[in-house]
Design a protein around this ligand. Structure first.
Ligand SMILES: Cc1ncc(COP(=O)(O)O)c(C=O)c1O
Length: 391
């Protein structure tokens, strides 16, 4: 049997990882500023995380949600504390798409409505309703097409006001990434997020903050929405939550009441996943990783902005994007194969940095040195080519 070929991949086999570094099967070392797509929050194979998972594995890995699982309550307590939202309720699942699927479904159960507002360039996952709320026609299968989702322009306050004015009483939920990830590190303005809050409250719609990529401390605050100083009714999360162990969740406002069987899952909240999740929060707190993300992110953005060829440096904390002009199109590839540094991308021309929140200043400087060198190299190459053409 062969693999179903859905990913264009780099020909690299990573066999070992620690902190912000990974090694391939030839023992070549790479600096990881991609974090396996924003997943590595506390650093690869963090000793506390390994120990917690190993300890749990020796006791019990899984039992279904038909019995008490005290680790779930422990995770909920810690998450409430670290996120500053103690009065929210936690529902555990296994991935980001699943978190958003449950968030949207819960919103609809809550107010009985159907219309979902999502935004241009949004990415919310690949399951049925999550993908319908994703602004990419090419990944929406015919069976997932629905008139229940409307896309409004991101950061356009007038369009949002107008839509609510005309249809507000039918709006079930607004789902938004405070910083769009797949969409290319697009930061929602504070006033836009505050307007979503205001209109949702006014019209009885549910405000869903998709924090799957921008959340969990990555921006320097626990939720990226915290920068707007408003609360969502539901926060969805996954990626950084398990540092690579699959776990997702929604944090639900106390105003939304649960009913038996409205949501459910076999694997969500299993013992091993909870152990991983608790270890991640321990480390985020003990090693002050949100503060580190904020400080190092600021440093990186300031330094990248000094390279004139790279445009529109943007983001918050360790969620950073910048535009790469056409002449430097090999930059990402050369960072990987020449300098042994993994970075992320967003089509067509954005480099995304999504490193572990435990990145060190030394490693940030190592990246900046490589970036400066590679940009200078690519610029000199284009200059040589144009000199040859003009000669
Ligand atoms: C903002 C956002 N939401 C949802 C998802 C889907 O998460 P998963 O791949 O875990 O289903 C992603 C994944 O990239 C994401 O970036």
């Amino acid at each position: 049997m062969k693999l179903f070929d859905v990913y264009p991949i780099n020909n690299i086999n990573i066999v070992k990882a620690f902190g912000s570094y990974v090694w391939d099967d030839n023992e070549v070392e790479y600096l990881d500023l991609y974090g396996g797509h924003a997943v590595i929050s506390i650093g690869h194979t963090h000793p506390h995380w390994v120990e917690k998972i190993e300890d749990q594995l020796e006791k019990i890995a899984f039992y279904s949600n038909s019995v008490k699982i005290p680790l779930q309550a422990e995770l909920a307590d810690k998450l409430g504390k670290v996120s500053g939202k103690n009065n929210y309720q936690l529902f555990l699942c296994n991935s980001g798409a699943e978190a958003n699927e449950n968030a949207l479904k819960l919103a609809s159960f809550h107010n009985g409505r159907k219309k979902i507002i999502a935004f241009t360039k949004a990415f919310h996952g690949r399951t049925s309703l999550a993908v319908s709320a994703t602004d990419n026609r090419s990944i929406i299968a015919p069976v997932n097409e629905t008139e229940n989702v409307v896309f409004l322009p991101f950061n356009d306050e007038e369009a949002l006001k107008q839509y609510f004015k005309e249809n507000g009483n039918n709006v079930c939920a607004v789902i938004v990434e405070s910083i769009q990830g797949v969409g290319g590190i697009k930061v929602a303005s504070k006033s836009f997020l505050q307007l979503i809050r205001k209109l949702c409250t006014e019209y009885g719609a549910v405000f869903i903050a998709d924090e799957v990529q921008c959340g969990y401390g990555r921006t320097g605050k626990f939720y990226a929405l915290d920068y707007a100083e408003v609360n969502a009714d539901i926060y969805s999360m996954a990626k950084g939550m398990g540092n690579g162990f699959p776990i997702g969740a929604i944090a639900i406002s106390p105003e939304i009441a649960p009913k038996y069987f409205m949501l459910g899952t076999t694997f969500g909240g299993n013992h091993l996943a909870c152990a991983a999740g608790i270890a991640v929060l321990d480390v985020i707190e003990n090693e002050k990783l949100m503060q580190n993300a904020e400080e190092l992110g600021y440093f990186l953005m300031q330094e990248i902005a000094k390279i004139p060829e790279l445009k529109n440096v943007r983001g918050k904390g360790l969620m950073i994007g910048f535009d790469v002009p056409g002449e430097l199109k090999d930059l990402k590839k050369n960072l990987l194969f020449k300098h042994k540094i993994f970075t992320g991308e967003a089509k067509p021309n954005v480099i995304r940095l999504l490193p572990s929140l435990a990145l060190t200043k030394n490693d940030a400087e190592k990246f900046l040195k490589a970036l400066n060198e590679e940009v200078a190299f690519l610029v000199s190459q284009t200059e040589n080519i144009s000199a040859a053409i003009n000669a």
